[in-house]
Write a protein that binds this ligand. Sequence first.
Ligand code: MD6
Ligand code: FE
Length: 210
Amino acid sequence: MLFSDEDNRLLIVEDAFLLKGFLLGNGQALISALDEVVEQSPFRYMVTPGGYGMSVAMTNCGPWGWVTDHKGYRYQKSDPVTNKPWPEMPTIFIELARKAAEMAGFYHFSPDACLINRYSVGAKLSLHQDKDEMDFSQPIVSFSLGLPATFDFGGLTREAPKTALLLEHGDVVVWGGESRLNYHGVRSIKAGCHPVLGEFRINITFRRCQ
Ligand code: MD6
Ligand code: FE
């Protein structure tokens, strides 16, 4: 049997999966590890190359961190706020990201970048492609914690039809292969209060960027 009754894998489009509730049971451990990262490299609001302030606060851990400023989008080894290397990627992050990638059929995932997004009520992420990486052969693994969000998953053009997914605390999205460059975005977070994270949604996204 390929999938058991308890299999919570949902195929979104080819090579893109939603692993419903995958992180449940590890939520507390993930949040403790996250707190340590944020103590070293705090959340900050970055600015797009076009000069717009983002509504999502961000930080990173691991060898490479994604940043944006008036010069553009890029990955860099040091945190521009602390001028130090980004904090180490917690073991529990790497282990769960690898397991999630395997559940979606992507083996030997070895992320070298981990972007952490913090959404407060009203924050959103406009439709975009993840294309600042040098390596598109490895998938992207994305953890959701805290308040729910509506995630639009589209195709290779901005206009392609989209699937709206509800991402809740504990959910993981994995995509790669044919869907690695698909457009996607997060709609404005609705008011609410999560029992663990209060008025925030946290998204932790793992990539191979070099
Ligand atoms: C978010 N995520 O879920 C934003 N990108 O908050 C992303 O933009 C994203 O979840 C690539 C792959 C997975 C993602
Ligand atoms: Fe993205």
